[in-house]
Write a protein that binds this ligand. Structure first.
Ligand code: EPU
Length: 308
Protein backbone atom coordinates (compact mmCIF):
# COMPACT_ATOMS: atom_id res chain seq x y z
CA UNK A 1 0.00 0.00 0.00
CA UNK A 2 2.49 2.52 -1.25
CA UNK A 3 0.16 5.51 -1.02
CA UNK A 4 -0.10 5.20 2.77
CA UNK A 5 2.76 7.44 3.78
CA UNK A 6 2.76 10.20 6.40
CA UNK A 7 2.60 13.01 3.86
CA UNK A 8 -0.40 11.52 1.99
CA UNK A 9 -2.28 10.77 5.20
CA UNK A 10 -1.70 14.34 6.41
CA UNK A 11 -2.93 15.68 3.04
CA UNK A 12 -6.08 13.55 3.22
CA UNK A 13 -6.75 14.53 6.83
CA UNK A 14 -6.52 18.20 5.86
CA UNK A 15 -9.35 17.97 3.30
CA UNK A 16 -12.24 20.06 4.59
CA UNK A 17 -15.09 17.86 5.89
CA UNK A 18 -13.19 14.58 5.53
CA UNK A 19 -13.83 11.64 7.85
CA UNK A 20 -11.89 8.41 8.38
CA UNK A 21 -13.20 4.85 8.47
CA UNK A 22 -16.58 6.17 7.36
CA UNK A 23 -19.29 3.48 7.04
CA UNK A 24 -20.61 3.30 3.49
CA UNK A 25 -23.40 0.72 3.80
CA UNK A 26 -25.98 3.41 4.56
CA UNK A 27 -24.84 5.32 1.49
CA UNK A 28 -25.83 2.50 -0.84
CA UNK A 29 -29.29 1.25 -1.81
CA UNK A 30 -28.11 -2.27 -0.96
CA UNK A 31 -27.20 -1.29 2.63
CA UNK A 32 -24.06 -3.41 2.32
CA UNK A 33 -20.32 -2.80 2.48
CA UNK A 34 -17.41 -1.83 4.70
CA UNK A 35 -16.00 1.64 5.39
CA UNK A 36 -14.06 4.09 3.26
CA UNK A 37 -10.53 4.79 4.51
CA UNK A 38 -11.35 8.46 3.89
CA UNK A 39 -14.71 9.96 2.91
CA UNK A 40 -15.90 13.41 1.92
CA UNK A 41 -19.02 14.95 0.36
CA UNK A 42 -18.40 17.71 -2.15
CA UNK A 43 -20.64 19.84 -4.33
CA UNK A 44 -18.36 22.44 -5.91
CA UNK A 45 -16.71 21.14 -9.08
CA UNK A 46 -13.52 23.18 -8.52
CA UNK A 47 -13.07 21.67 -5.04
CA UNK A 48 -13.64 18.14 -6.35
CA UNK A 49 -11.23 18.78 -9.22
CA UNK A 50 -8.48 19.99 -6.89
CA UNK A 51 -8.98 16.94 -4.70
CA UNK A 52 -8.88 14.48 -7.62
CA UNK A 53 -5.76 16.10 -9.06
CA UNK A 54 -4.18 15.80 -5.60
CA UNK A 55 -5.06 12.10 -5.43
CA UNK A 56 -3.60 11.55 -8.87
CA UNK A 57 -0.35 13.34 -8.05
CA UNK A 58 -0.01 11.34 -4.84
CA UNK A 59 -1.14 7.97 -6.25
CA UNK A 60 -4.01 7.84 -3.77
CA UNK A 61 -6.84 5.63 -5.04
CA UNK A 62 -10.24 7.31 -5.13
CA UNK A 63 -13.81 6.43 -5.95
CA UNK A 64 -16.55 8.82 -7.04
CA UNK A 65 -19.87 7.98 -5.43
CA UNK A 66 -23.35 9.09 -6.40
CA UNK A 67 -26.44 7.56 -4.80
CA UNK A 68 -24.73 4.16 -4.52
CA UNK A 69 -27.56 2.36 -6.30
CA UNK A 70 -25.50 0.07 -8.50
CA UNK A 71 -22.60 -0.84 -6.23
CA UNK A 72 -21.57 -3.85 -4.22
CA UNK A 73 -18.96 -2.54 -1.80
CA UNK A 74 -16.64 -5.19 -0.33
CA UNK A 75 -17.05 -6.02 3.37
CA UNK A 76 -13.43 -4.92 3.85
CA UNK A 77 -14.33 -1.46 2.57
CA UNK A 78 -12.74 0.88 0.07
CA UNK A 79 -9.12 1.88 -0.15
CA UNK A 80 -8.14 5.55 -0.30
CA UNK A 81 -10.66 8.38 -0.69
CA UNK A 82 -14.37 8.16 -1.51
CA UNK A 83 -15.86 11.42 -2.79
CA UNK A 84 -19.64 11.63 -2.73
CA UNK A 85 -20.64 14.08 -5.44
CA UNK A 86 -23.64 16.16 -4.36
CA UNK A 87 -24.02 19.05 -6.83
CA UNK A 88 -27.74 19.13 -7.51
CA UNK A 89 -28.37 22.32 -9.46
CA UNK A 90 -30.49 22.28 -12.61
CA UNK A 91 -31.37 24.64 -15.40
CA UNK A 92 -34.07 24.54 -18.07
CA UNK A 93 -33.43 26.38 -21.33
CA UNK A 94 -36.09 25.78 -23.98
CA UNK A 95 -36.17 22.04 -24.48
CA UNK A 96 -32.72 21.52 -23.01
CA UNK A 97 -32.32 20.49 -19.42
CA UNK A 98 -28.96 20.64 -17.66
CA UNK A 99 -28.54 18.96 -14.29
CA UNK A 100 -25.77 18.56 -11.74
CA UNK A 101 -24.30 15.07 -11.38
CA UNK A 102 -25.60 14.71 -7.83
CA UNK A 103 -29.28 15.21 -8.74
CA UNK A 104 -31.40 12.05 -8.65
CA UNK A 105 -32.74 10.91 -12.01
CA UNK A 106 -36.21 10.42 -10.49
CA UNK A 107 -36.20 14.04 -9.30
CA UNK A 108 -35.06 15.24 -12.72
CA UNK A 109 -37.91 13.30 -14.33
CA UNK A 110 -40.37 15.35 -12.23
CA UNK A 111 -38.52 18.60 -12.96
CA UNK A 112 -38.82 17.86 -16.70
CA UNK A 113 -42.56 17.24 -16.41
CA UNK A 114 -43.04 20.41 -14.33
CA UNK A 115 -41.27 22.34 -17.10
CA UNK A 116 -43.76 20.97 -19.67
CA UNK A 117 -41.22 18.66 -21.28
CA UNK A 118 -41.70 15.11 -22.40
CA UNK A 119 -39.32 12.29 -23.33
CA UNK A 120 -37.75 11.86 -19.91
CA UNK A 121 -40.53 9.80 -18.29
CA UNK A 122 -38.36 6.67 -18.33
CA UNK A 123 -36.04 8.31 -15.75
CA UNK A 124 -38.72 7.81 -13.08
CA UNK A 125 -37.59 4.16 -13.09
CA UNK A 126 -33.86 4.95 -12.79
CA UNK A 127 -32.77 4.83 -9.15
CA UNK A 128 -29.38 6.65 -9.20
CA UNK A 129 -28.03 10.13 -9.86
CA UNK A 130 -27.45 11.97 -13.13
CA UNK A 131 -23.70 11.30 -12.77
CA UNK A 132 -24.32 7.59 -12.28
CA UNK A 133 -26.72 7.53 -15.22
CA UNK A 134 -24.09 9.03 -17.53
CA UNK A 135 -21.44 6.67 -16.13
CA UNK A 136 -23.40 3.61 -17.17
CA UNK A 137 -25.96 4.86 -19.66
CA UNK A 138 -28.82 4.04 -17.31
CA UNK A 139 -32.18 3.13 -18.69
CA UNK A 140 -35.60 1.70 -18.04
CA UNK A 141 -38.53 0.42 -20.12
CA UNK A 142 -36.31 0.03 -23.16
CA UNK A 143 -35.12 3.64 -23.14
CA UNK A 144 -31.58 4.75 -22.30
CA UNK A 145 -30.04 8.06 -21.29
CA UNK A 146 -27.96 8.21 -24.48
CA UNK A 147 -31.16 8.67 -26.52
CA UNK A 148 -31.80 12.13 -25.05
CA UNK A 149 -28.21 12.99 -24.11
CA UNK A 150 -26.61 16.10 -25.66
CA UNK A 151 -23.38 16.61 -23.70
CA UNK A 152 -21.79 16.41 -20.28
CA UNK A 153 -19.22 18.60 -18.66
CA UNK A 154 -16.61 16.72 -16.78
CA UNK A 155 -13.11 16.66 -15.44
CA UNK A 156 -10.33 14.24 -16.24
CA UNK A 157 -7.63 14.30 -13.56
CA UNK A 158 -4.40 15.41 -15.18
CA UNK A 159 -6.17 16.60 -18.34
CA UNK A 160 -8.60 19.21 -16.97
CA UNK A 161 -12.16 20.26 -17.79
CA UNK A 162 -13.84 18.65 -20.77
CA UNK A 163 -17.11 18.74 -22.63
CA UNK A 164 -18.01 15.23 -23.65
CA UNK A 165 -20.32 14.46 -26.55
CA UNK A 166 -22.19 11.23 -27.09
CA UNK A 167 -19.32 10.01 -29.28
CA UNK A 168 -16.71 10.79 -26.59
CA UNK A 169 -18.62 8.76 -24.04
CA UNK A 170 -19.01 5.66 -26.26
CA UNK A 171 -22.35 4.73 -24.75
CA UNK A 172 -23.48 1.16 -25.00
CA UNK A 173 -25.94 -1.03 -23.09
CA UNK A 174 -25.36 -0.10 -19.42
CA UNK A 175 -21.86 1.22 -20.01
CA UNK A 176 -19.75 4.13 -21.28
CA UNK A 177 -16.11 5.18 -21.54
CA UNK A 178 -16.46 6.39 -17.95
CA UNK A 179 -17.32 2.94 -16.65
CA UNK A 180 -15.27 0.68 -18.91
CA UNK A 181 -13.09 2.88 -21.10
CA UNK A 182 -10.47 5.58 -21.35
CA UNK A 183 -12.41 8.06 -19.19
CA UNK A 184 -12.53 5.79 -16.14
CA UNK A 185 -11.81 7.85 -13.00
CA UNK A 186 -13.14 11.07 -14.54
CA UNK A 187 -15.72 13.24 -12.85
CA UNK A 188 -19.11 14.04 -14.36
CA UNK A 189 -19.99 17.60 -13.36
CA UNK A 190 -23.32 17.95 -15.13
CA UNK A 191 -25.24 16.59 -18.10
CA UNK A 192 -27.54 18.15 -20.66
CA UNK A 193 -30.45 16.34 -22.26
CA UNK A 194 -32.71 17.47 -25.09
CA UNK A 195 -36.43 16.73 -24.67
CA UNK A 196 -39.63 17.70 -26.44
CA UNK A 197 -42.30 20.22 -25.60
CA UNK A 198 -45.34 18.42 -24.32
CA UNK A 199 -48.03 18.12 -21.74
CA UNK A 200 -46.38 17.93 -18.29
CA UNK A 201 -49.55 16.53 -16.70
CA UNK A 202 -49.65 13.76 -19.27
CA UNK A 203 -45.97 13.01 -18.52
CA UNK A 204 -46.81 12.79 -14.80
CA UNK A 205 -49.69 10.40 -15.45
CA UNK A 206 -47.38 8.23 -17.55
CA UNK A 207 -44.76 8.23 -14.78
CA UNK A 208 -47.34 7.24 -12.16
CA UNK A 209 -48.43 4.35 -14.39
CA UNK A 210 -44.84 3.21 -14.98
CA UNK A 211 -44.06 3.39 -11.25
CA UNK A 212 -47.14 1.25 -10.44
CA UNK A 213 -45.93 -1.27 -13.00
CA UNK A 214 -42.40 -1.35 -11.58
CA UNK A 215 -43.84 -1.77 -8.11
CA UNK A 216 -45.66 -4.90 -9.24
CA UNK A 217 -42.72 -6.50 -11.03
CA UNK A 218 -39.64 -5.43 -9.00
CA UNK A 219 -38.94 -5.50 -5.25
CA UNK A 220 -38.38 -1.74 -5.24
CA UNK A 221 -39.20 -1.22 -1.56
CA UNK A 222 -36.39 -3.56 -0.43
CA UNK A 223 -32.66 -3.00 -0.03
CA UNK A 224 -31.23 -3.97 -3.44
CA UNK A 225 -28.91 -2.78 -6.20
CA UNK A 226 -31.35 -2.85 -9.11
CA UNK A 227 -30.65 -5.42 -11.80
CA UNK A 228 -27.78 -7.66 -10.70
CA UNK A 229 -26.95 -8.87 -14.22
CA UNK A 230 -27.10 -7.31 -17.65
CA UNK A 231 -29.61 -8.95 -19.92
CA UNK A 232 -27.88 -11.31 -22.34
CA UNK A 233 -28.56 -10.30 -25.95
CA UNK A 234 -32.12 -11.23 -26.87
CA UNK A 235 -32.96 -12.73 -23.47
CA UNK A 236 -33.66 -11.73 -19.91
CA UNK A 237 -31.42 -12.48 -16.93
CA UNK A 238 -34.50 -12.58 -14.67
CA UNK A 239 -36.21 -15.16 -16.88
CA UNK A 240 -33.09 -17.35 -17.03
CA UNK A 241 -32.59 -17.22 -13.26
CA UNK A 242 -36.25 -18.14 -12.69
CA UNK A 243 -36.03 -20.98 -15.23
CA UNK A 244 -32.93 -22.29 -13.43
CA UNK A 245 -35.05 -22.57 -10.27
CA UNK A 246 -33.00 -20.01 -8.38
CA UNK A 247 -35.69 -17.68 -7.04
CA UNK A 248 -35.56 -17.69 -3.25
CA UNK A 249 -31.97 -19.04 -3.19
CA UNK A 250 -30.18 -17.62 -0.20
CA UNK A 251 -26.77 -16.95 1.33
CA UNK A 252 -27.06 -15.52 4.82
CA UNK A 253 -29.44 -12.57 4.65
CA UNK A 254 -29.04 -12.16 0.87
CA UNK A 255 -31.79 -13.76 -1.20
CA UNK A 256 -32.68 -13.93 -4.89
CA UNK A 257 -36.01 -12.12 -5.08
CA UNK A 258 -39.06 -14.29 -5.61
CA UNK A 259 -40.70 -11.34 -7.38
CA UNK A 260 -37.94 -10.75 -9.94
CA UNK A 261 -35.06 -13.17 -10.53
CA UNK A 262 -32.59 -10.45 -11.48
CA UNK A 263 -32.77 -8.81 -8.05
CA UNK A 264 -30.92 -9.81 -4.90
CA UNK A 265 -32.53 -8.51 -1.73
CA UNK A 266 -30.68 -7.69 1.47
CA UNK A 267 -33.15 -8.80 4.12
CA UNK A 268 -31.08 -7.02 6.78
CA UNK A 269 -27.44 -7.49 7.69
CA UNK A 270 -26.39 -9.27 4.47
CA UNK A 271 -22.66 -9.29 3.81
CA UNK A 272 -21.10 -8.41 0.47
CA UNK A 273 -19.52 -11.88 0.47
CA UNK A 274 -23.03 -13.44 0.69
CA UNK A 275 -24.14 -11.48 -2.38
CA UNK A 276 -20.95 -12.37 -4.25
CA UNK A 277 -21.60 -16.07 -3.56
CA UNK A 278 -25.18 -15.76 -4.85
CA UNK A 279 -23.92 -13.99 -7.97
CA UNK A 280 -21.46 -16.80 -8.62
CA UNK A 281 -24.09 -19.45 -7.89
CA UNK A 282 -26.52 -17.90 -10.39
CA UNK A 283 -23.76 -17.61 -13.02
CA UNK A 284 -22.77 -21.25 -12.57
CA UNK A 285 -26.33 -22.63 -12.67
CA UNK A 286 -27.45 -20.53 -15.65
CA UNK A 287 -24.29 -21.56 -17.53
CA UNK A 288 -24.90 -25.25 -16.70
CA UNK A 289 -28.57 -25.17 -17.68
CA UNK A 290 -28.59 -22.81 -20.65
CA UNK A 291 -24.96 -22.24 -21.68
CA UNK A 292 -25.44 -18.48 -21.15
CA UNK A 293 -22.82 -16.33 -19.41
CA UNK A 294 -24.44 -13.80 -17.09
CA UNK A 295 -22.43 -10.61 -16.78
CA UNK A 296 -22.91 -8.49 -13.65
CA UNK A 297 -24.47 -5.08 -14.09
CA UNK A 298 -23.77 -4.26 -10.45
CA UNK A 299 -20.23 -3.00 -9.97
CA UNK A 300 -18.04 -4.69 -7.38
CA UNK A 301 -15.80 -2.10 -5.74
CA UNK A 302 -13.35 -2.06 -2.83
CA UNK A 303 -11.12 -4.69 -1.31
CA UNK A 304 -12.23 -7.97 -2.92
CA UNK A 305 -9.59 -10.62 -2.41
CA UNK A 306 -9.03 -12.67 -5.52
CA UNK A 307 -11.79 -10.97 -7.56
CA UNK A 308 -11.87 -8.34 -10.30
N1 EPU B 1 -39.02 -12.38 -16.24
C1 EPU B 1 -39.23 -13.66 -15.77
N2 EPU B 1 -38.94 -13.91 -14.46
C2 EPU B 1 -38.44 -12.96 -13.63
C3 EPU B 1 -38.22 -11.66 -14.13
C4 EPU B 1 -38.52 -11.39 -15.45
O1 EPU B 1 -39.66 -14.55 -16.47
O2 EPU B 1 -38.20 -13.26 -12.45
C5 EPU B 1 -39.38 -12.08 -17.65
C6 EPU B 1 -40.51 -11.07 -17.71
O3 EPU B 1 -41.76 -11.72 -17.65
C7 EPU B 1 -40.27 -10.41 -19.04
C8 EPU B 1 -38.75 -10.45 -19.21
O4 EPU B 1 -38.29 -11.44 -18.29
O5 EPU B 1 -40.84 -11.15 -20.07
C9 EPU B 1 -38.09 -9.10 -18.92
O6 EPU B 1 -38.34 -8.73 -17.57
P1 EPU B 1 -38.65 -7.23 -17.12
O7 EPU B 1 -39.66 -6.62 -18.01
O8 EPU B 1 -38.90 -7.25 -15.66
O9 EPU B 1 -37.36 -6.42 -17.43
P2 EPU B 1 -35.85 -6.79 -17.23
O10 EPU B 1 -35.29 -7.05 -18.59
O11 EPU B 1 -35.63 -7.82 -16.19
C10 EPU B 1 -34.99 -4.34 -17.54
C11 EPU B 1 -33.92 -3.51 -16.90
C12 EPU B 1 -34.42 -2.87 -15.62
C13 EPU B 1 -35.66 -2.06 -15.90
C14 EPU B 1 -36.71 -2.97 -16.52
C15 EPU B 1 -37.98 -2.25 -16.86
C16 EPU B 1 -31.77 -4.61 -17.37
C17 EPU B 1 -30.70 -5.49 -16.86
N3 EPU B 1 -32.79 -4.38 -16.56
O12 EPU B 1 -35.27 -5.41 -16.67
O13 EPU B 1 -33.39 -2.01 -15.16
O14 EPU B 1 -36.16 -1.47 -14.71
O15 EPU B 1 -36.17 -3.55 -17.73
O16 EPU B 1 -37.80 -1.55 -18.01
O17 EPU B 1 -31.66 -4.13 -18.50
C18 EPU B 1 -31.57 -1.77 -13.66
O18 EPU B 1 -30.89 -1.56 -14.66
O19 EPU B 1 -31.09 -1.76 -12.50
C19 EPU B 1 -32.97 -2.07 -13.85
C20 EPU B 1 -33.74 -2.40 -12.82
Amino acid sequence: MSWRNASNLAWLQAISGVSEQEPLATRTSFGIGGPADFFVEMARPDTIEKTLDGCRERDIPYLLLGAGTNLLIADAGIEGLVVRVVNRDHHVEGTRLRAGAGLKMMRLARIAADAGLRGFEFAIGVPGTVGGAVYQNAGCWGKELCEVFVEASGFQPGAGRKTWTRADLKFDYRTSALRDGALHGSLVIDATVRLERGDGEEAKRMMAKLTRERNETQPIKTKNCGSVFKNPRGDSAGRLIQAAGLKGARQGAAVISVLHGNFIVNEGGARAADVARLIQHAQTKVMERFGVKLEPEVELVGRWKGRR
